[in-house]
Design a protein around this ligand. Structure first.
Ligand SMILES: [Zn+2]
Length: 197
């Protein structure tokens, strides 16, 4: 049985000073906001008409292997346009490939290298005036990108016309940047042939 407390006891307790709980001042934990930061260089607007064109300076080293196509680039240094050809005697595709293919696109047999005899004369199949070149195309603009038909090829490779005005069917001659080569596909180009003939 619970013993009833007397009225006096109750009163005494009421008088008892209730200790103030020490206010614990908790430091407000301010969560640091993590924001995505722009760490690049601000682009400069070059022009706004007829559309916005920005300059986007970047410095990167892109490491790239020419792999099995290395002989093509070695050829350019020597002033040779080299193509590949299927080595499978049973394959119906006897034509040459430029850009070269390490393996025949038809039968997947490894190809062999053939140097085109100089001078390499082609015919302009089509052309485009390039005003804004793609990344990595380090040519002054505007320039003429030309697709040139080369006898014996399965492809119509793209390159550029060093000077002059192109027209469809125009004969052009392949030339090579042997002095200060860029070691890229830019090391061969076309020049008007008829004008030189
Ligand atoms: Zn083949």
């Amino acid at each position: 049985m619970v013993k009833k407390r007397s009225t006096t006891q109750k009163k005494a307790q009421a008088r008892k000073k209730v200790p103030i709980k020490k206010k614990i001042v908790k430091k407000k934990q301010t969560k640091k906001r993590v924001e995505v930061k722009f760490i690049g260089q601000v682009t400069r607007i070059r022009q706004t008409e007829p559309a916005t064109v920005v300059e986007w300076p970047r410095a990167i080293t892109h490491v790239h292997t020419y792999g099995m196509l290395s002989p093509f680039f070695e050829g350019l240094k020597k002033g040779e346009l080299r193509a590949t050809q299927c080595s499978n005697p049973k394959c119906a595709e006897k034509r040459l490939w430029i850009p070269p293919r390490a393996h025949c696109p038809d039968c997947h047999t490894q190809t062999v290298w053939k140097a085109l005899p100089n001078p390499v004369i082609g015919k302009i199949y089509t052309f485009t005036r390039v005003v804004y070149a793609g990344t990595g195309i380090e040519l002054s603009t505007p320039y003429w990108q030309v697709d040139v038909e080369i006898p014996g090829l399965a492809t119509i490779p793209k390159s550029y016309l060093l000077y002059g005005e192109p027209r469809i069917g125009m004969k052009v001659k392949a030339e090579f940047r042997k002095k200060k080569p860029t070691n890229t596909i830019l090391d061969y180009y076309w020049v008007p042939y008829e004008a030189n003939a």
